[in-house]
Structure formats: C-alpha cells, structure tokens
Design a protein around this ligand. Sequence first.
Ligand SMILES: NC(=O)C1=CN([C@@H]2O[C@H](COP(=O)(O)OP(=O)(O)OC[C@H]3O[C@@H](n4cnc5c(N)ncnc54)[C@H](O)[C@@H]3O)[C@@H](O)[C@H]2O)C=CC1
Ligand SMILES: CC(=O)C(=O)O
Ligand SMILES: [Mg+2]
Length: 438
Amino acid sequence: MLAEKNVIRALMVQTPSLPGNLGRVATTIGQIGGDIGEIETVQVGPTWTMRNITVHCDSEAHLQEILEALTLLEGVIIHAVSDDVLQAHEGGKIHMKSRLDIRSISDLRRVYTPGVAQVCREIEEDPEKARIYTSIGNTVAIVTDGTAILGLGDIGPVAGMPVMEGKAALFDRFVGISAIPILLDTKDPDEIVRTVKNIAPGFGGILLEDIGSPHCFEVEERLKEELNIPVMHDDQHGTAVVTLAAVISACRSAGIELKDASVGQIGLGAAGLAICRMFKAYGVKEVMGADLSDEAKARLTHYGGEPVHSLTELMERCDIVIATTGVPGLIKKEWIRQGQVILSLSNPKPEIEPEDALEAGASFAADGRLVNNLLGFPGIFRGVLNARSTKITEPMLTAAAEAIAACTKLGHLVPHPLNQHVHQVVSEAVETVAHSSE
Ligand SMILES: NC(=O)C1=CN([C@@H]2O[C@H](COP(=O)(O)OP(=O)(O)OC[C@H]3O[C@@H](n4cnc5c(N)ncnc54)[C@H](O)[C@@H]3O)[C@@H](O)[C@H]2O)C=CC1
Ligand SMILES: CC(=O)C(=O)O
Ligand SMILES: [Mg+2]
C-alpha cells in the first residue's frame, strides 16, 4: 500500500554551485521515497547555492531517514527544517483590507465622517442602494458550528477556523468574493438559525460549512426558507455538484451510460445524502447507500434511494462507489471489482488510497483532494451574486456540475482547480439559469 505523505517540511539546503548537485539531492530524496514539491532558489553565493526544497514524507521517521541520507552527500548542508504548513498559517490566512487609500484630510472626510452620512441617508431612503455603495453584495458569510470539520469530527468552531479561512482565501482567489468566517458557539439548530438571520443583513450570501448531520439538514432548510439571500451548505451541495461532475466525466471516458449505472454511496451524512439526492434528480435509476445509522438510511429511502445491509453488498452491486464517512481505510482492496469507479472523498484521509483502488482493478479512482467542493462553491456563489438571485436552486446546481464536466479533459475526472476557467464557467452556467428563471 502506498503511504500518504502527510508530513510536509521545507528544507533549506546548500549545495555546491556545480551542475548535477541539485540532481544528487533530488535523487537521494526520491530514492528514499520522498516527494519533492516546490524548489525555490533563495540565495546564490560565490561557490554555493541555497534552495528551499519542500519535501512530502510518510512520517517523522521517514523525514529523519531522508535528512540523514542528505547529510552524507559531499558538500551538501541542511541549514534548517521547517513545517511548511504550520508556517503558512502563522498570523492566519486572511485579512480585511481597505479598498481606498486614506492619505489626506479630504480622503478622510470622504471615506468616513462627515461624507459617509450622505451615503447612509441614500441607503436609508432606498435600501437597494446598499448593493451599490457597500460591499454587502459581494460578501459571503462562511458559517460553522465546528461539529463536522472535514472528517475530524466535532472539534469545535475555533479549531475549525483554519478550514474556514482556507475557504475564504479560495473565494477571494478564484472569484473575487470577500468571505468572512463566522464561528458559532452553539450547536442548537434554533440558535444557529436565529444567529445567522440576525447577521444576514451584512451579507450577500451564506455558505454553511462543516455543520454535522442530521442538524445541518434542518438548519439549511430553515435558512433557505426564511432568508432572502442565497444559502448553501457546501458539504451537501458543493460536494454533490463536484461528485456528479466527476462521475459524468468517468462515464464519458469509460463509455458507460450514467443513468443506467448503479451508484453506491457509503456514508449518508451531509455529503453522502446530498450526493444521492443529486444522482436521483439527475435521473440515475439505481442509487444505493450504506450507513451505520438507521435514520440516515431512512432519509435515503425518503429520497428514492435503496439502503443496503453491508458495505460488501454495496461494493458487489455497484458500478460507481462514492465514500464520505470520514473513516480512513474503510474500503478494503479485496472488495474492489474490476472496472469500478471509486471516489473515496473523505478529508484529510480517504477510505482507500486511489493508487490502491487502481491497483485492485478500479477503472477510475480519486480522493477528496482531487474531487473537492472547491471546484463548485466559488463559481456557484459568483453566479448567484452576479444574478442577484435570492436562491440557489437544483437546476443551478445541475448546470454547475455539467459545466465542470464540460471543461474536463477526456480521461480525467475533474479539471485542475487552479484553472481559473472552471470557476468562470461554473459562475456563467449558474448565472444563466438564474436569469432564465426570473
Ligand atoms: N471531497 C470533498 O469535497 C468533501 C469531502 N467531505 C468529507 O466527507 C466526510 C464526511 O463529511 P460529512 O458528510 O460532512 O459528515 P457527516 O458526519 O455528516 O457524515 C458522515 C456519515 O458517515 C457515516 N459513517 C461513519 N462511519 C461509517 C461506516 N463505517 N460505515 C458507513 N457509514 C459510516 C456516519 O454515520 C454519517 O452519517 C468528511 O471526511 C469530509 O471531509 C465532505 C464534504 C466535501
Ligand atoms: C472539502 C470539505 O468541505 C470537507 O472535506 O469538509
Ligand atoms: Mg467541508
């Protein structure tokens, strides 16, 4: 089984400035099974070169093995080893910035008092003008109660903040939306709904994130009903959109008719139930599901899916298997059938490593790093905010999934997430549906 390379370190490495020396370092790292990420030249001396090399290792012991091997190389000096991920998080990942420069007294009077009072009056007379004269229409609240942070479970909202900051950074990077994490010190659905309603005037939309099931279902439904701005639980619908897109692409490459295929979902929580609902709504006839909870299985039945008794039954019967349980290593290699599509989407660790699934005979396999809701939520919100839509509807989500699939290369499951084009096409697809239903 291939290990997971979850230990990421930046090595400050000095080598002689002669051809082949970087090659010696890279070969040594590779021979011991380390994966090289970024290489940055930070300083060039008279006879030496200093580089920052990011290395992905299986464990601390594996890292030590690599360091020891490097120190045996003649002329190579390791000056520092730092934790790249922790370092990137120092001080947090986001920061609210002024769009206007404030240098003179007249700037001050225009941006702040007394000038600002005139703008307040305009908005008081016509609240719609808040869309023009404030950032509200381009701002999304990322709301969590910390109860299902990735697959780490109920670790609380503050421990979940790095995820929320990450989502905010992605909103900014991909679609220019300003997003603000809101951490809730309550898990009570009534209180969550009341709090989100009370803060909603400051936002153009609400992204619910990592709120556990089953209370996430009630919270989202009530907020959608009671607010006149778009609300979406990312773990449900963002994930369902990207999963459907990946499966459409897999079927296209494998020449399978998706609607006639049997789809099996392991884990019927927030992500899993929404995936089943989306496949049913897309016209897939056979959608099966497994969960430890009888209530979760009853919800699947309510939406037209078929609960199965065991994971092995599901693995035997389904052409396409998706897992969102948060349980690493849940799917055994020996359960995989030749040609199956296996999407083990739990973060930070999947139910089966894609390499293992492929080795066991899967035709396509991916984990939650690749098939990730980051391909969906930025464009979906850009689209509804552009259209000034008050809802995110099922046809919009289907259009988003089809847009992602349409810009996926044959043989791939999804487009590269850093490809700006995918976020733009999702946004355009959602906006088009929003305008057509006005
Ligand atoms: N790749 C992506 O874009 C996304 C991945 N996820 C991942 O999916 C996982 C679950 O997230 P949520 O649905 O929000 O959590 P959740 O807590 O709502 O759902 C998890 C479900 O899995 C079930 N489960 C747990 N162990 C099981 C087992 N051994 N067999 C069958 N069912 C089992 C639970 O009963 C529960 O219904 C997390 O690891 C999360 O990171 C979630 C959203 C997006
Ligand atoms: C990607 C994501 O939203 C999750 O794993 O919870
Ligand atoms: Mg999430």
